[in-house]
Design a protein around this ligand. Sequence first.
Ligand code: AMP
Ligand code: ZN
Length: 114
Amino acid sequence: MSDCIFCKIAEGEIPAKIVFQDNHVVAFEDINPQAPVHVIIIPRKHIPTISDLTEDDQELVGYMHLVANKIAAKNGLTEDGFRLVTNCKKASGQEVFHIHTHFLGGREFGWPPG
Ligand code: AMP
Ligand code: ZN
């Protein structure tokens, strides 16, 4: 999508610190990190929100979690663990309308979340 910031990052039109990419997924450092490791994992396919997923997307969304495990391994977080967050629409505070999973690691996280 032409005016989507995450599509532009995936296309290389906007710079980002990319930590992983392949034909399906791109992962890059969050510009406003909330943890020592804060990576945004996106599909290359433009899907605005989790509510817009279809059955065609189920493999892709599952694969995003496997990419999270690769990022954990790269950062030495497989044993300690990490947090994955996906916001959906207004109640969650979603700001960028291209689905993404936040990978957060390197510190302890509270529960319940804010
Ligand atoms: P969300 O509220 O779940 O939509 O989160 C969007 C996230 O994208 C926020 O954590 C932002 O800091 C991050 N973000 C926005 N623009 C960029 C960018 N150009 N590069 C990296 N991260 C970004
Ligand atoms: Zn997009």
